[in-house]
Design a protein around this ligand. Structure first.
Ligand SMILES: Nc1ncnc2c1ncn2[C@@H]1O[C@H](COP(=O)(O)OP(=O)(O)OP(=O)(O)O)[C@@H](O)[C@H]1O
Ligand SMILES: O=C(O)c1ccc[n+]([C@@H]2O[C@H](COP(=O)([O-])O)[C@@H](O)[C@H]2O)c1
Length: 221
């Protein structure tokens, strides 16, 4: 009997995760389902390339991410960017994942529309498409038109459905509107914590509990 060996379907959802919130986690679960993924690697950036230093350490952000994921099927907290020095370039991370899963794997870099809008400023943006597909997740309040450099970068890559995306190992772009578009941002979570206001139901309970217990993100006087 001949067996069809399916290429693994893997996504990377990188982030500053300062801290991880339910917008990230619900998106990861819905991506897993919508793309028929085997695994979603949620990867905290040790040193995010295009923003200032996060408010808490990479180790603490990773610990919160682990608590947030818990035993959710298909989601893993991946510490690999904490093991490199210098800015956490996604191209380097995707190269490691490509190496790990092989040339036939369907490798996806998932990102929100806000992050996508700055893609042309990233390190080696063409290399991202050589290594992976891009899946852009809609976020409420982020509907801006594409800057010219980005439109040029993605020209001819966009596909309309998951089957066409998954017909190749890399190089294509899909925009997805996931069922729960959550208007939650880490900026708003940090602001609320600094002001001593509630973050209940914006974060997984275990993440909220650890943040409050450790006094993270509290305004220091
Ligand atoms: N509510 C959300 N829904 C969908 N995607 C999200 C959401 N929040 C963040 N993302 C996406 O997850 C990735 C990591 O996001 P990040 O850690 O920067 O969180 P953030 O909430 O955007 O943080 P900040 O407010 O500090 O900029 C990015 O690609 C971002 O677009
Ligand atoms: O590789 C790059 O040059 C690059 C530039 C900006 C952002 N990223 C990655 O994009 C993800 C989201 O970043 P941020 O700043 O929106 O949290 C995170 O994994 C970053 O490491 C990557």
């Amino acid at each position: 009997m001949s067996e069809t060996i399916q290429a693994p379907r893997i996504a990377m959802l990188g982030g500053t995760f300062d801290p991880v919130h339910l917008g990230h986690l619900r998106s990861a679960v819905e991506l897993h389902e919508a793309l028929g993924l085997d695994r979603v690697h949620m990867i905290p950036a040790a040193q995010p390339p295009l923003r200032g230093a996060p408010q808490i350490s990479p180790q603490e952000r990773l610990a919160l991410l682990r608590l947030g994921i818990g035993d959710t099927p298909g989601l893993v907290a991946d510490p690999r960017e904490l093991e490199r020095q210098g800015p956490s370039y996604s191209a380097d991370t995707l190269a490691e994942l490509r190496q790990a899963y092989g040339p036939q794997a369907r490798l996806v870099m998932a990102l929100g529309h806000d992050a996508f809008l700055r893609l042309a400023d990233w390190h080696a943006p063409e290399r991202l498409f050589a290594l992976a597909h891009l899946v852009v997740v809609d976020r409420p309040d982020h509907e801006d038109a594409l800057p010219a450099a980005l439109a040029e970068l993605v020209d001819g890559r966009e596909v309309d459905d998951v089957a066409t995306l998954m017909a190749a190992p890399s190089g294509r772009l899909l925009r997805l509107r996931l069922p729960s578009r959550m208007a939650i941002s880490a900026t708003e979570v940090r602001r609320r914590l600094a002001e001593g206001r509630s973050v209940h139901y914006l974060l997984p309970e275990a993440v909220e509990a650890r943040i409050l217990e450790r006094g993270l993100y509290r305004r220091t006087r």
